[in-house]
Design a protein around this ligand. Structure first.
Ligand code: NAD
Ligand code: LMR
Length: 332
């Protein structure tokens, strides 16, 4: 028996990630093979034609689960009654830029979208922010949605998590499914901390399998700077892998993580010394449709210093959007 229809809003639907995402959503990979979906595609006027063309392609794909596609440049219409909001629409960085360089231009997109979510989204709304700088944009959106519980706003760090798993699997010549317990802490920036202290491969601690020098000087910088590496090699920022990680994030949030934790940017409750009110990447499990931060993990001095550096980066971004007057009344 098919389940109730879920409304999914994708912003920036005429862009690269939006294009890669919508076919995976419509095919049932986001929510499950028995969940009908209605897509709401939000664009700005210059992106509307691209989104309309993509909507034609969705129609031509005759996806059995796809019930409806709406293309609009009106955030109120796009978020009305929506259950899942995937906030992609914003500018990507180019070669030589840091994601924080996008902050002033991009962060102002997320206040009005947070307000539209507050006004019209369904009671079970779940939001994932993909547009960079993702953690701080999630904070901005949430601060304009005072009636929506903070734990419904998240930022995508699953791409970093997946990259860390893939790098370890390649180094140790194992399958990605053999790698467990990786964590990405902090900001989706070059100061993120991909942590293997609790990771295992085929039951053996990763720290017994690789040396400290490789971890500190190759693994961590490779994962943390992979976005820039993609931009340098591909000439554009990650698209398919970003869409895939977004699907993983929402799928696990809705359907549960099973045995392993994963990584996601969620509002801090003060765990692991991260100040409350920041959207930080943590080890999380989804239980009963809610992300829960994994408690009680030991943090050694090496990890502590890197988590603190990433948190300082988040604080600097929060202070920057605050100074720009972009934080709403919700949770500043
Ligand atoms: P893109 O330029 O191809 O597409 C962005 C689209 O957003 C454009 O079509 C644009 O018209 C639209 N847009 C701009 N402002 C909008 C608004 N206010 N409302 C709705 N739509 C709007 O870019 P892309 O490659 O799809 O990347 C999008 C964002 O995702 C960038 O900020 C990029 O840095 C980020 N990103 C994040 C991750 C992550 O892991 N968090 C990974 C990859 C990319
Ligand atoms: C990524 O990690 O690939 C994205 O955040 C894009 C970027 O700017 O690095």
């Amino acid at each position: 028996m098919q389940r109730q229809r879920v409304n999914v809003t994708v912003t920036g639907a005429g862009g690269n990630i939006g294009y890669a995402l919508m076919f995976r959503i419509a095919s049932g990979q986001l929510l499950g093979p028995d969940v009908p979906v209605a897509l709401r595609l939000l664009e700005i006027p210059t992106g509307i034609r691209a989104a309309e063309g993509s909507a034609f392609e969705l129609q031509d794909s005759a996806f059995p689960l796809l019930r409806d596609v709406l293309v609009t440049d009106d955030p109120v219409q796009a978020f009305d009654g929506t259950n899942v909001a995937i906030l992609v629409g914003s500018r990507p960085r180019g070669p030589g830029q840091q994601r924080a360089d996008l902050l002033e231009g991009n962060a102002r997109i997320f206040g009005p979208q947070g307000a539209a979510i507050n006004a019209g989204a369904a009671d079970d709304i779940r939001v994932v922010v993909v547009g960079n700088p993702a953690n701080t944009n999630a904070l901005v959106a949430s601060s304009h949605a005072p009636d929506v519980p903070a734990d419904r706003f998240t930022a995508l760090t699953r791409l970093d998590h997946n990259r860390a798993v893939a790098q370890l699997a390649a180094k140790l010549s194992v399958q990605v499914t053999d790698v467990h317990g990786v964590i990405v802490w902090g900001n989706h920036s070059a100061l993120q901390y991909p942590d293997v202290s609790h990771a295992t491969v085929k039951g053996r601690p990763v720290r017994d399998l690789v040396d400290e020098d490789w971890l500190a000087n190759e693994f961590i910088p490779r994962v943390a700077n992979r976005g820039a590496e993609i931009i340098a090699v591909r000439g554009a920022s990650s698209m398919g892998s970003a869409a895939s990680a977004t699907v993983d994030h929402v799928h696990d949030w809705v359907n549960g993580t099973g045995g392993d934790w994963t990584s996601a940017g969620v509002f801090s409750d003060g765990s692991y010394g991260v100040p409350t009110g920041l959207v930080s990447s943590y080890p999380v499990r989804s239980l009963g449709g809610r992300w829960a931060i994994e408690p009680g993990l030991s943090i050694d001095a090496f990890s502590r210093a890197r988590i603190d550096a990433s948190v300082a980066d988040l604080v600097a971004e929060r202070d920057a959007v605050s100074a720009l007057g972009l934080l709403g009344p919700g949770r500043a």
